[in-house]
Design a protein around this ligand. Sequence first.
Ligand SMILES: *Cc1c(COP(=O)(O)O)cnc(C)c1O
Length: 375
Amino acid sequence: MIDFNIPPYVGTEQKYITEAIADRKLCGDGKFTRRCSDWMKEHFQVNHVFLTTSCTHALEMAAVLTQVKEGDEVIMPSYTFVSTADAFVQRGANIVFVDIRPDTMNLDERLIEDAITDRTRVIVPVHYAGVACEMDTILDIARRHHLMVVEDAAQGFDAYYKGKSLGTIGDFGCLSFHETKNLTMGEGGALMFQEDRWQEAAEIIREKGTNRSKFFRGQIDKYTWVDYGSSYLPSDINAAYLWGQLEQAEKIQADRMRSWNRYHEAFQALEEAGRVERPYIPDYAVHNAHMYYLKTADLDTRTRLIRYLSEHGVMAVFHYIPLHNAPAGKKFGRFHGEDRYTTKESERLLRLPLYYGLTPSDQEQVITAVYDFFA
Ligand SMILES: *Cc1c(COP(=O)(O)O)cnc(C)c1O
């Protein structure tokens, strides 16, 4: 069976984990956490990076920092992972779902303005498959309506919008290092932002509501409980795993890109024959080969294709039951406008195996099986 995903492993992670253990530094904010955040600051041109225990938690931190309150509204796509919404629901916000663009599966920027009310506080673009949302338009709308922008860049590591790293463009950006993402630390993520004015508040939220970070820097002589917070800092053991991956990020990304391009070339003929649609990458976006998907004619074809692939040793998956159709989505949110594409497009999409180290022969087996199905 060709797995859908195998967590990336480059070989140095174990050495760094051993080093973290030998240093007797197992809790958060040790040497490896610092190395990882410094690496991201430099590579992504961003002033502040906080490693977190997950992207879900980075989104929670961002939600607290935006100060959304009970009854406020947050605009986001319905075609996304539950955490995008959960983080704001936790603050008591109501979620307003807006339809997606069928070409990128991202929030349709042309529909945002119509969904804004006097309760709207935040827009959350999700960069699906590491393909950028139309950020200039989104930022312009946010500026004109005094809204904040939190980028769900869980899939956006080392992907770009007009040269800018995803997750560094809005007020806050959140990355994921879950084992299903391009780079991993098992479970983990990062909160990123440019403006210095958030730094102290972010430190406090991440450190259980205390000013312990300031204390460790020697800026105060004792630390205390100063505001609401939780525990969002990962163990340095996890950061050590991530550090091994960051050092070889270029290699991991190049390997994924080779596989992505191979699929894309291979399925061109199938697209031209009208059997599937391939991902679309707008000119403004540089993607990161996070995901390779195909869209079939309809739900029934997708169901049969997934079954056929599974019978032929290939694990393909679909994801995202649109949130507004889910029980919690109905309870905490509403869909604004017409669901022209969210449900329809989500039912047609299936993801093919794509991971660091996918061998050319395994990939050929996937491609052949897809072609055989349509033959
Ligand atoms: C993976 C993912 C998340 C959640 O990331 P975790 O690190 O598992 O919390 C959130 N949003 C999107 C779009 C994702 O793909």
